[in-house]
Design a protein around this ligand. Structure first.
Ligand code: SF4
Ligand code: SF4
Length: 450
């Protein structure tokens, strides 16, 4: 008997416990460190502790007697993963323009060709929907459109016209529209967005007013916080779901409690999760340097969430503001079960496509507009680079060299293809995720077993 190849032992920081997870069967248990060590020692013929019955461990899939048992777990989990993946709607990300009215200090798009700042033409919007009908017309569940940028909501007649066209086109196809906006001109778009069909509007606030205004000023130099907050309040009043994003680094993380208190004072934290949710993202260098980004300010994943867990212990309101997922530990805490295994974390050119204002087709939000990642065009003609698309579509932990034998593959999913490409010159390479460390932090944050 030995520990399953995919069983993960995750020490819980600050607690004398180890979280044992078998992602292939969805089982988890908290152990004393000595018992965790004993399980690791089974392969070398070590004894099983008296308080860990062999049958219970076998039933949970934590231990196996043969390699075939491990292989059978993997086969069953892959079938479950494929079933789950088929239920995911495709996201069609459209960049109406790479132009923006803000001058965020960490903007990764500052390297993009300013000529690409032009607004998509009405003919290209029509061509986009013709492309959608040809390539995604009969998909179920229905795909949805995400308007992205640059900044899609700028208060000009031409922008209003294009947003109206996208909403009309989506409505005619029973598709919803999500919007990712800096929120500066949001109030001007509320009447149009209220007509629907809007899935959610993602808006970014990077902290309380002074800090936010320093990081995300208008291109003209003025602050943007008050206008954005008025826009969010308008969305809430109109019943349009809000996804509040914070881009976090060392400069602003410690101000999150203040932002959470602000959100509470506006009543946002009393709304149901279908009307108001939050996300905390890291900014990072993907394809180049954001020239005004302080490089030492960037967090890696473990640092960010370790610091967040500490802050939330000091300021409990943060727990109401944002509950991180920790690779499924959040789901375990909420629903009492782990999510289905995921052998592919990168939806690019599978469940996500992106469309540039000049008619280019790309794999996702991270690669849209990057000439090296162009996969075809929807305007002026429909053309697809089948070889490049096949490369992205074939990417999963089943094909990435090094991933197939990796113990955490069903949780990590191989990470991000764009980051892999930057590091290795091909998307079919690993972008490793610190699964065990995040599991441990998740167990502490959610007080599992406490
Ligand atoms: S390349 Fe990275 S950013 Fe793009 S879909 Fe894949 S994981 Fe997401
Ligand atoms: S990307 Fe790294 S951590 Fe993730 S499955 Fe592949 S080898 Fe494992």
């Amino acid at each position: 008997m030995r520990l399953s190849r995919h069983a993960i032992l995750a020490p819980v920081p600050g607690r004398d416990q180890v979280l044992l997870v078998q992602p292939l069967t969805g089982q988890a248990a908290l152990l004393e460190p000595s018992n965790a060590r004993a399980l690791e020692g089974l392969a070398a013929g070590g004894p099983l502790p008296a308080d860990l019955p062999a049958e219970t461990l076998r039933e949970a899939g934590f231990v196996v007697d043969t390699d075939d048992q491990d292989r059978a777990f993997v086969e069953a989990a892959r079938a479950e993963w494929r079933t789950e993946a088929a239920k995911t709607p495709t996201q069609l990300v459209v960049v109406p323009s790479f132009g923006c009215n803000l001058a965020c200090t960490y903007c990764y798009q500052e390297l993009f060709d300013p000529a690409a700042a032009g607004l998509i033409s009405p003919e290209a919007v029509e061509a986009f929907f013709a492309y959608v009908d040809r390539h995604h017309g009969d998909e179920s569940p229905r795909p949805y459109i995400t308007l992205f940028g640059g900044e899609p909501l700028r208060d000009t007649p031409a922008h209003h016209d294009r947003i109206r066209r996208f909403l009309q086109g989506a409505r005619a196809r029973r598709m919803e529209v999500a919007v990712v906006t800096n929120g500066h001109d949001l109030a001007a778009f509320l009447p149009l967005l209220s007509e629907g069909p809007v899935k959610e509007v993602q808006v970014t606030l990077d902290g309380p007013a002074a800090l936010h205004d320093r990081r995300r000023p208008h291109a003209g130099g003025t602050g943007t916080f008050d206008r954005i907050v008025a826009g969010i309040d308008g969305l809430v009043a109109a019943g349009i779901p809000v996804n509040l994003r914070v881009v976090a680094d060392r400069e602003n993380l410690s101000s999150l409690p203040e932002l959470a208190a602000f959100a509470a004072s506006h009543g946002w934290l009393e709304l149901s999760s279908s009307r108001f949710k939050t996300q905390i993202g890291r900014n990072y260098e993907l394809f180049g340097c954001a020239s005004r980004q302080e490089k030492g300010a960037l967090f890696d994943r473990v640092e960010l969430w370790a610091r967040y867990v500490e802050l939330a212990e000091e300021y409990p309101l943060l727990r109401k503001f944002h509950q991180p997922r920790f690779h499924g530990i959040g789901h375990l805490a909420d629903a009492g079960e782990l999510p289905a295994p995921n052998f592919d974390a990168c939806p690019a050119a599978k469940k996500e496509w992106a469309f540039g204002p000049d008619g280019g087709v790309f794999g996702c939000t991270a690669t849209v507009g990057h000439p090296g990642h162009r996969l075809g065009s929807f305007f002026p003609q429909d053309a697809r680079d089948d070889a490049a698309i096949a490369r992205w579509q074939g990417r999963s932990t089943l094909t990435i060299p090094g991933c197939e034998d990796c113990a955490v593959a069903p949780v990590c999913g191989g990470g991000c293809g764009a980051i892999a490409w930057r590091e290795h010159g091909t998307p079919v390479a690993p972008d490793c995720r610190p699964v065990a460390a995040l599991y441990g932090l998740g167990a502490r944050f959610y007080g599992l077993g406490a």
